[in-house]
Design a binder for this molecule. Structure first.
Ligand SMILES: Nc1ncnc2c1ncn2[C@@H]1O[C@H](COP(=O)(O)OP(=O)(O)OP(=O)(O)O)[C@@H](O)[C@H]1O
Ligand SMILES: [Mg+2]
Length: 254
């Protein structure tokens, strides 16, 4: 049983895309998978076809008003979802109690043996929600958007948070690697960025996944249709790259 957080405080780098596609890919390999939507934007819940306004969600769990068991819903893509909530946007000011870093870990403890993988999608912030994800996780995947030259800014600060979480909340947290997303091999900027990502990975004492996820219109199409990328466009560049990434991730497990 593994808990995988997908995080980077930079917005739009492919966290939600990577978490949902990873959940789908692991599920299609026969694993029992739970996707956990920790982002107040609730994009992962939306993409998997769940209306967060009409179901119990993680906010209710953190408030102690629902159990995780009551909150998990099966989604069309096959795996289970722990829905997010817009109300989580106020988490930093609302949850001030001692031990607040452990809310998600405690919640997941009660059900984790029912799954082989729990994948956590996180918001583009450095607040208590991300700390909760890092505290609960065994592994961390950091997507880095290749299309945006500012994508690397802030990774050092993020690494500081990771180191703090390791020190105070979760000694075992491992960084599986940096995953380059929205890659375009024809762009010189993208090529140059690859070298810089490698350097940052070394500073973080981790690796860059060999599989870089290419920019592909089928990602947006499958998300719009709330379909599985691997079924909707199995021959698309992004589907092939995500398959390679999942294989590489699983190989790193053993
Ligand atoms: N490989 C790709 N090819 C084309 N579009 C992509 C790809 N990956 C992600 N996108 C698109 O980029 C946008 C941002 O992706 P995504 O929502 O996964 O990022 P995010 O890091 O979760 O963003 P946020 O920080 O807002 O939560 C989305 O519109 C998504 O459809
Ligand atoms: Mg997102």
């Amino acid at each position: 049983m593994q808990i995988i957080a997908v995080a980077n405080q930079k917005g739009g780098v492919g966290k939600t895309t990577t978490s949902t596609v990873l959940a789908s890919g692991l599920y299609s390999k026969g694993h029992r998978v739970l996707l956990c939507d920790l982002d107040p934007q609730t994009n992962a819940s939306f993409m998997t076809g769940v209306d967060v306004l009409s179901v119990a969600n993680l906010y209710d769990v953190f408030k102690g008003e629902k159990t995780v068991k009551e909150t998990i819903v099966p989604v069309r893509l096959g795996f289970d979802l722990l829905p997010g909530s817009l109300l989580l946007a106020a988490a930093d000011s609302e949850f001030t109690q001692t031990g607040r870093e452990y809310m998600l870990k405690e919640a997941l403890d009660s059900i984790k043996e029912q799954y082989d993988y729990i994948v956590i999608d996180t918001p583009p912030t450095l607040g208590i929600l991300v700390t909760n994800a890092l505290t609960a996780a065994d592994k961390l995947i950091i997507p880095v958007g290749a299309g945006d030259i500012f994508s690397l800014q802030g990774l050092t600060q993020f690494y500081g948070i990771i180191q703090n979480v390791r020190k105070y909340c979760n000694h075992e947290l491992q960084i599986s690697g940096l995953l380059i997303t929205r890659y375009n091999s024809r762009s010189n900027v993208n090529q140059a960025l690859k070298g810089q990502v490698q350097q940052i990975a070394e500073q973080m004492e981790t690796k860059v996944f060999k599989a870089a996820i290419r920019e592909s219109v089928s990602v947006k199409e499958s998300q719009l249709l709330k379909e599985d990328l691997f079924e909707q466009a199995p021959r698309s560049n992004a589907a092939k790259d995500y398959q390679a990434f999942i294989r590489e991730f699983l190989e790193g497990e053993v």
